[in-house]
Design a binder for this molecule. Structure first.
Ligand code: PRT
Ligand code: ZN
Length: 310
């Protein structure tokens, strides 16, 4: 196994404690901390400390700006980082230009931080396609992602780099259009802009350094990955219970969304009805419950699952 003298051999704890960089304060912070909490990682709540130690596991948390997270992983300062794919991709392109190392592994896609990078223009502008932006000024925090798309489309433009308040640029006369992150679209609307092209979709990802971890760290890493997966599948999964007519079991099983083999339990004093318990890996909609009821199911219960393993 190759080792990195600068950051792996200087301290015994580097071999044993998994170091994870997360966003200090921003849109990914609450969900990241919730994922840790739901996975049984207890960290100190003092947000002012750059480095926090998990109370119950050999894990250290480094709280930083999201823009620094890809570099910390690529420079092997931390083992893992949680960051939006948009920031990861933009930073990778910048580092490539700067001749810096860009290796990393995507460990796990996470179920939060969903957004899209879109081009928006003033609501009153006509829109026929990217060619409308020929020679125009576009304000963005993501010049490399934007340039890649515009290059593919063969459109020349001028990029105006802004790290905040991108949405006010057209009104302030700084740019003709913007390329910014969108979630609900409310910010664009309230600034008199309309979304015309999505150029990138993003979610939060867990990334890791592209070097083998020391065995003790790898063991912790494996445990945490399984817990993260368990938490994420529990979020969508539901435990479904009902009493159902034996004669309709096949039809009932067919409409249970993403359910594995259900448990069928005899009901005392009944020969034609049984209890059916199943884990559904997908959300259960009212329409499904109504169909179950129509097939003769009664006492239908759908309950959330807190933890799931295996
Ligand atoms: O201080 P630091 O550098 O750490 O944070 P930041 O201000 O650079 O980033 P932050 O906290 O705003 O976002 C962190 C990450 O969250 C982003 O890189 C995305 O991966 C993800 N994310 C998800 C979003 C959004 N949704 C989002 N809606 N990031 C930003 N926005 C902004 C967008 O820029 C716009 O200003 O929200 C506004 C639009 O929201 P809607 O809902 O009105 O469309
Ligand atoms: Zn940032």
């Amino acid at each position: 196994m190759s080792t990195c003298k600068a950051c792996c051999e200087n301290n015994g704890s580097e071999k044993k404690r998994l170091r994870i960089a997360i966003q200090k304060s921003g849109r990914l912070t609450d969900e990241t901390l919730k994922l840790f909490k739901d996975s049984g990682i207890k960290i100190s709540s003092n947000k002012d400390h750059l480095l926090a130690h998990a109370e119950n596991l050999p894990i250290d948390i480094l709280r930083v700006r999201d823009d620094d997270i890809p570099g910390l992983v690529m420079d092997h300062v931390v083992d893992w980082g949680i960051v939006g794919q948009n920031v990861l991709e933009e930073t990778t392109m910048q580092r490539e230009l700067d001749g810096m190392y860009t290796g990393f592994n995507e460990v796990l896609k996470l179920n939060f931080g969903d957004c899209r990078l879109s081009i928006a223009v003033p609501t009153e502008d006509e829109w026929h396609g990217l060619a409308d932006l020929e020679g125009k000024k576009i304000a963005t925090t993501y010049p490399h992602l934007l340039r890649r798309v515009m290059k593919e489309a063969g459109v020349n433009f001028r990029s105006v780099l802004l790290t905040g308040s991108v949405e006010v640029a057209p009104r302030a006369g700084l740019a003709d259009a913007i390329c910014d992150l969108v979630c609900t679209g409310a910010t664009l609307q309230s600034n008199g802009l309309k979304e015309v092209e999505t150029i990138y979709t993003s979610k939060a990802v867990l990334i890791g350094r592209d070097q083998p971890l020391f065995p003790e760290k790898q063991a912790i890493a494996n445990t945490i990955i399984e817990r993260f997966k368990g938490v994420m599948s529990a979020v969508e999964s539901r435990y479904i219970m009902m009493n159902a007519p034996k004669a309709k079991l096949e039809q009932i099983r067919a409409i249970l969304p993403g359910a594995e083999n259900p448990s069928i339990i005899e009901l005392e004093g009944s020969t034609d009805r049984v209890a059916l318990h199943a884990v559904s890996r997908e959300k259960v909609f009212w329409e499904t419950l109504e169909q179950l009821k129509a097939l003769g199911a009664t006492s239908i219960l759908v309950v959330p699952i807190e933890k799931m393993l295996g």
